[in-house]
Design a protein around this ligand. Sequence first.
Ligand code: NAD
Length: 261
Amino acid sequence: MAFTIDLTGKTAVITGSNSGIGLGIARELALAGADVVLNSFTDTEEDHALAAEIAETHGVKARYIKADMSKGDQCRQLIADAGRCDILVNNAGIQHVAAIPEFPVEKWDAIIAINLSSSFHTTAIALPMMRKAGWGRVINISSAHGLTASPFKSAYVAAKHGIVGLTKTTALETAEEPITANAICPGYVLTPIVEKQIPDTMKEYNMTREEVIADVMLKRQPSKEFATVEQLGGTATFLCSDAAAQITGTTISVDGGWTAL
Ligand code: NAD
């Protein structure tokens, strides 16, 4: 049996997708024929232009819907407004780096809300839609930090481990249905969330940009290369294929060997 990936007629909702990995995944799913709903908390001309560009490039329907993933009701409304959600990619995420005693409580709360609780809210509304459509894919973007820890990233590591647990539970609750739930665990990908960490780390360790990339960021990534948003998009697209129909409740690392260490 030959497995093909044709997502024509499916609608994918990707949270936090006006940049970085989310946008990369949206582009790859559109390339495979899916209609896509882009999202972030802003509502700019550029946000809507991105959706128009994807629609034009791939001949699919693409929309941008503003919703703040730190607010449970807006997470739920995003999926309701999409009207259909065959593929849910929970990707929105933020980072803050500080030791636990100094970690600002509002940053802890925001990271848990955006990186973890938002996925519970979107999944709660999306699953009944998938059941009605008779097919579904939940793809949660965790991290190498969903499987291992680093100092000074307590909230992020806790949220990303939490996402792996939510993924397993979602998979068990849908196990006898044509719905799967999996988590992708990227290592370092050079996106805005990572770019923002470079200046602080340069200051902290008195290093050049190149040294921070090689000796801090990619130190734990044995391939010594960043993963790319296209590779993550390809992994998400594979999880939507028939070949992946029995892959559920697990994690897929795209981390250049980080978690093999
Ligand atoms: P990014 O900063 O480019 O993207 C984050 C996205 O989330 C953006 O579109 C942003 O607008 C959106 N977002 C932030 N707060 C939001 C909110 N309140 N409501 C809605 N959207 C919001 O970073 P990225 O690297 O593309 O990160 C995407 C995901 O991948 C995150 O969950 C991140 O933790 C995860 N990840 C990234 C890396 C990496 O090295 N870049 C590694 C592992 C995991």
